[in-house]
Design a protein around this ligand. Structure first.
Ligand SMILES: Cc1cc2nc3c(=O)[nH]c(=O)nc-3n(C[C@H](O)[C@H](O)[C@H](O)COP(=O)(O)OP(=O)(O)OC[C@H]3O[C@@H](n4cnc5c(N)ncnc54)[C@H](O)[C@@H]3O)c2cc1C
Length: 408
């Protein structure tokens, strides 16, 4: 079969790889002059080095992502600590701690004060069980009930939830967080190793996929925007939701989006034990140290859209300088706003996520915004691409399960 894949983000590339592996001829159309969509690297003239459009963290429990990297020969291009550790720093009072999970699935780390979040006792961790019974319409804050006033919430669950769902917990749906935790933290340290691209997002996730596809006869057409679907043509539509709705009138899609702000500072600092920190009590939320660049992520950043970017850079650098005793002088920096970084993962918006199949039997959907059961992440995007590929080649009554991880 000849298949058109529209969009060369991670969902489109995952679908293209899956279909190519199964012997189909794939043509990928991408409107930009580069592939990668929301996960890409580029050379920044001002900083005189390559940077990513934003820090992307995955966990070792993201098995569809690891399978994708394995397929394209890039699994070894991820880095991260050998242990499942998550160092944190409270910018307000200088408090430092490291969450140290154990490798196995039984969480014996919670019995050790030195390994858990300071100020928390065993009972606090029971709160996580409340998420398991969260209903579809519930947000994280209400699912956790009274525990939202406790240290576990402020020092771990809230920063985790904001990062994973790119939505404030008072607004964010509990179910996708429940799924993330059940596939990572609840499976133990083996599934919770933090990982990120050693050189860059493109070098890990995108360029090896393009090479892999081209070597197997797939065509990649960059700079070709698709404005209408070809009738009767088998197609994976892997574009953002607003484009999908234009190409398929009547399709219900998420309509609210959240920003992510990334700041890249040209500065060399000690990467510490893990190479990254979670930050509490300031604007900056996660900081990564890599190749002479200190990169900061601020998620669910719509709340800061009114603040001037230079002011954000000054404030964030002042926080870093205080937390890590760095030079107070502002280094060269680049502030990158991704205004529609992901959909808002609220209960109302997730009901607008469409499944893989559409009313047109030749057209299937992929994208982190489709109904994967996961937040809008790399893992969700890749899983949606795999599911779209399978849906296209299976009879329509054999419904694929996009919300199930697929080992390929
Ligand atoms: C700053 C930032 C930080 C993030 N951090 C993380 C993280 O830490 N961990 C994590 O797991 N995820 C993270 N994400 C989310 C992750 O990047 C996305 O989930 C993933 O890249 C989405 O891939 P996609 O294929 O669904 O969509 P996209 O990447 O948006 O791909 C869609 C593609 O379609 C193309 N297109 C659009 N219209 C057309 C058309 N008419 N014709 C042809 N092509 C078209 C677009 O140019 C684009 O390349 C982050 C995202 C951002 C923006």
């Amino acid at each position: 079969m000849s298949v058109h894949v529209i969009g060369a983000g991670l969902s489109g590339l995952a679908a293209a790889c899956q279909l190519t592996e199964l012997g189909h001829h794939v043509v990928v159309f991408e409107s930009a002059n580069f592939a990668g969509g929301r996960a890409r690297s580029y050379f920044d003239k001002h900083l005189d080095c390559r940077i990513d459009n934003g820090n992307h963290l995955i966990l070792s429990g993201n098995i569809s992502t690891l399978s994708y990297l394995h397929r394209i020969g890039a699994r070894r291009s991820l880095i991260g600590p050998n242990e499942p550790i998550f160092p944190f720093c409270n910018i307000e009072n200088g408090e430092n701690w490291t969450l140290r999970l154990n490798q196995g699935s039984f969480p014996w780390w919670v019995f050790f004060r030195s390994r858990r979040v300071p100020g928390t006792g065993l009972m606090h961790y029971k709160a996580l069980l409340k998420l398991r019974s969260a209903g579809k319409a519930e947000n994280i804050a209400s699912a956790l009930g009274g525990t939202v006033n406790g240290p576990l919430y402020h020092k771990l669950l809230k920063p985790l939830a904001i990062a994973a769902l790119n939505t404030m917990p008072e607004k964010a749906a509990a179910q996708p967080l429940k799924t993330v935790l059940s596939e990572t933290l609840e499976r133990g340290g083996y599934a919770s190793l933090p990982r990120w691209a050693r050189l860059g997002l493109s070098e890990t996730f995108i360029d090896p996929a393009l090479e892999w596809l081209r070597a197997r006869g797939a065509e990649i057409r960059l700079g070709e925007r698709v404005t209408e679907l070809t009738p009767g043509q088998a197609t994976v539509l892997a574009v953002p939701p607003w484009v999908a709705a234009e190409l398929l009138p009547g399709l219900t899609v998420p309509t609210e989006f959240e920003s992510i702000c990334n700041l890249h500072f040209k500065y060399s600092m000690d990467p510490g034990e893990a190479g990254f920190w979670g930050l509490i009590g300031g604007l900056a939320e996660w900081v990564f140290v890599r190749n002479g660049i200190v990169s900061v992520t601020i998620s669910a950043a719509n709340r800061y859209l009114e603040i001037d970017t230079d002011v954000i850079a000054q404030r964030v650098w002042a926080e870093l300088a205080k937390a890590f005793s760095l030079s107070p002088e502002l280094p060269l920096y680049r502030v990158l706003w991704e205004k529609r970084a992901t959909m808002v993962t609220s209960p109302a918006q997730i009901t607008r996520r469409p499944g893989t199949r559409t009313t047109n039997p030749n057209v299937v959907l992929a994208g982190d915004w489709t109904d994967t059961g996961l937040p809008a992440t790399i893992e969700g995007a890749i899983r949606s691409g795999n599911a779209a590929a399978m849906a296209l080649i299976r009879p329509t009554d054999d419904t694929p399960e996009p919300n199930q991880p697929r080992r390929v």
